[in-house]
Ligand binder design. Structure first.
Ligand SMILES: *[C@@H]1O[C@H](CO)[C@@H](O)[C@H](O)[C@H]1NC(C)=O
Ligand SMILES: *[C@@H]1O[C@H](CO)[C@@H](O)[C@H](O)[C@H]1NC(C)=O
Ligand SMILES: *[C@@H]1O[C@H](CO)[C@@H](O)[C@H](O)[C@H]1NC(C)=O
Ligand SMILES: *[C@@H]1O[C@H](CO)[C@@H](O)[C@H](O)[C@H]1NC(C)=O
Ligand SMILES: *[C@@H]1O[C@H](CO)[C@@H](O)[C@H](O)[C@H]1NC(C)=O
Length: 361
């Protein structure tokens, strides 16, 4: 009986998966939670850039911060946290869907309590990338440093719940990795070092090898389930369109994103045999493109400008204290680079719908 029920649940998830590109029906939260409970999913651990940094950069000596209004104006308590959006991020919604917490705290948050460790944290750092040089340019946490903090997390968690339980929590955690945009925008297209060493395609291969090396280290620390979020259509970011003086999305940049995403997907498909990791790809590119092409389906009506300031150039410090649109839920972009909470919810819904036995089983 139980087995039949589970089969039905998985089938339903499979069907929803095929319709990812259709307007999202309300996610069946109960089903996702049942699945997470069945496979003992314990928490969400996050690595990446500003798409998933919940406040680590607040603690760093860098200009890449967002712990001031209007950032966070739609967050709980209308509080700026260091998230680069008006509200929550996709990873916060994923954690909520699985059923434990509504927002994933930053590992470096001084208010983080011991017991919070059990429910998952983010090691992510805005402006970081797969290439350690990218983080070095802006003095933020390189991916290798994020993994080092993960090692420290594991020690603290072991002190709290014991070594065996800590191993189990990490093994059953859902790990999310979301970065890559800054390797192009802040590094390859801005700085001379990498273009001298690599053609665009070689650079993408280099990034994939960095990704793999870090995933190997995470595996060594005990993770077994990994969601890798692809890069968004970088050429559609308001900032990129402004800099390239174009009304429409910059095709060359979008091609770069798609080519890199294809390489991520290909690498992910090998992780099971090479590292014993269950991996799935989360299609942020498709989600953003789909929302831009079919805004009405999501209640959106502004797909090209950000909600902050003029919507064409401001992000981070230049968005500080700016006037904003009245309703960010109608916008794809919150600032000239980053999605709104609404867009993050759409991305998270797509990801959560794709969580199935191949990831969790
Ligand atoms: C989940 O945890 C329970 C109890 O700790 C255990 O019996 C079961 O084998 C675990 N299932 C999986 C899929 O890990
Ligand atoms: C950046 O690289 C330099 C030179 O290798 C190093 O001294 C410095 O510590 C690095 N900074 C960060 C933030 O990693
Ligand atoms: C982008 O890719 C498409 C499809 O592969 C191709 O037709 C187009 O020429 C490319 N555009 C640029 C600017 O590279
Ligand atoms: C903002 O826009 C969304 C989507 O169109 C709508 O559902 C919501 O009611 C609006 N909120 C306010 C305060 O007008
Ligand atoms: C979006 O819709 C609201 C009403 O819901 C309207 O006030 C606003 O002007 C619209 N924005 C655009 C860019 O069409």
């Amino acid at each position: 009986m139980a087995v039949t029920k589970i089969m039905v649940t998985l089938t339903a998830v499979g069907v929803v998966m095929m319709s990812i590109m259709l307007p999202s029906k309300a996610i069946d939260t109960d089903k996702v939670r049942q699945l997470a409970a069945k496979y003992n999913v314990t928490c969400v651990l996050v690595f990446g850039d500003s798409s998933v940094d919940s406040g680590n950069n607040n603690r760093l000596d860098t200009t890449f911060k967002s712990n001031f209004l209007p950032y966070g104006r739609d967050f709980f308590g209308r509080r700026p946290t260091g998230r680069f959006s008006d509200g929550r991020l996709a990873t916060d919604f994923i954690a909520e869907a699985i059923g434990y917490i509504k927002a994933i705290p930053a590992f470096l948050d001084p208010e983080l309590r011991q017991q919070d460790l059990v429910h998952g944290v983010s090691f992510a750092s805005a402006a970081s990338g797969y290439d350690d040089l990218t983080a070095n340019l802006t003095n933020v946490l390189a991916l290798s440093k994020q993994v080092e903090y993960f090692r420290q997390y594991k020690i603290k968690l072991s002190q709290l719940v014991g070594e065996r339980k800590a191993e189990e929590i990490i093994k059953n955690a859902l790990t999310v990795l979301s970065m890559g945009t800054n390797d192009f925008l802040q590094n390859y297209y801005m700085e001379p070092i990498r273009p001298k060493q690599y053609t665009p395609e070689e650079y993408q291969n280099y990034l994939i090898s960095c990704m793999f090396e870090n995933i190997k280290k995470m595996r060594g620390l005990g993770i077994s389930r990994l969601v890798v979020v692809g890069v968004p259509p970088i050429g559609c970011m308001p900032l990129v369109k402004t800099l390239m003086n174009q009304e429409t999305c910059v095709e060359e940049y979008n091609n770069f994103s798609s080519a890199f995403n294809a390489k991520i997907k290909a690498k992910l498909s090998t992780l099971r045999t090479t590292l014993g990791i269950r991996g799935v790809y989360a299609d942020a590119y498709g989600a953003v493109q789909n929302a831009m092409n079919n805004p009405k389906l999501y209640g959106l009506n502004e797909t090209s400008k950000g909600c902050c300031g003029t919507g064409t150039i401001e992000y981070g410090d230049s968005c500080r204290g700016s006037t904003t649109c009245s309703n960010a839920s109608q916008y794809v972009f919150w600032d000239a680079v980053h999605p709104t909470e609404k867009m993050y919810k759409i991305i998270a819904d797509g990801a959560v719908e794709s969580f199935d036995e191949s990831l969790l089983g």
